[in-house]
Design a protein around this ligand. Sequence first.
Ligand code: PXL
Length: 430
Amino acid sequence: MNLLSIGGSDPSSGAGIQSDVKTFSAFNVHGLTVITAITSQNTSNFGTTEPVSQKILKDQIESIIADFKIDGIKIGMVYSSQIIKSLHNKLRKLKIPIVVDPVIKSTTGGMLIEKSAISDFQKYIIPLATVITPNKYEAEILSKIKITSKKLIPKVAKKIQKMGAKNVVITGVHTSDKKILDFVLEKNKEYYISGEKINKINHGSGCNYSAAIIFALAKNKKIEESLRFAQQFTQNSIKNARKVGGGIAITEIQDPIHRDLSKAIEKFIQIKNIYKSIPECQINYVYSKQKPKSIKDILGISGRIVKSGNSATVAGELSYGGSKHVATALLIMNKKYPKICSAINIKYQDSTISKIKKSELIVSSYDRREEPKNVKIKGSTIEWGIKQAVKNTTRVPDVIYHKGDFGKEPMIIVFGETPDMILKKITKII
Ligand code: PXL
């Protein structure tokens, strides 16, 4: 998938096109860019802005359109009337989703659009929008209505929709200590999406939000699902924001694989009495990128989940290539069943096996005593074993176990599409 970000250059890489390329990379899609203006700024101050010439603006767009199939576009900083009109001409005939982030001012106070260009923005850019994402301040400027009460919000959104945007989200319309509300106006429905309020002044969250929306829309997700996904993604980027410069923190974009696995691990170690299911060789919990080529494409725990008294704790970090055994088992399984991207090993116990057999989970096994000598010598027991177990059933196994061999610990491996799906299985069998 290819996504295009049209916007300004932010040399701090906190916002603008640099930030969008980071977001797109985190989703494993190719990010294209068309630069409208170059800003000088850092995490404390906004310096100057220079829009690019009409010629190079048009040339950038033409060279990208001529070469790539573009699946979605995000428009951020557009700066001047001239740029707005050229963008309109080049984009108006495209039949792909476009997210417009109508940025007016940066967090550090820089103007991202000329005042005189706002009416052309309304006329030429807003009608391109599948979704437009003003914050409360931007919505006030675009609608020329001061939001003095919550009751006015639908009216403001309607006014912006009438300018030609298909769907309008006004972000941060209401905040309390713990919650933040976004108001959404689709064609025929309106609703609020509630999010967690994170009290962290940051640079980049608005860009992260609109870039995540275009990703979801380009994947054919519906509006509401896309907005919820983007809100989650942005909350995480704010939580992980880091003070990399001397001023405000820059949002940190986490790899979704990393994020989902670390969340699942947190939940896993809190399962009651889970320490009883930790084998001698400890636990690894892994999550793979799509189509892994080797264990280097599989995220695992470098130091494993270990027993500590009567609880489980995580030793080490998450890293690609951090697991050898469980990742190898997953790699083999994934070759046969590409949707299976996550796995965990737990202690072999007869009681667990009997619970598995009573559940609806598909279980298969292999016998290490049948392992051919050449396999043993090559040290490829796991590859061999998983292949055997997969052959022993016509269905996608949820669980594969073996009862060990002389000096070899028996083991259960649970497989699933995602770490969360594994958690659901684990809670049924422990
Ligand atoms: O966050 C909005 C934004 C967009 N684009 C550029 C920016 C900023 C904020 O600073 O600099 C180039």
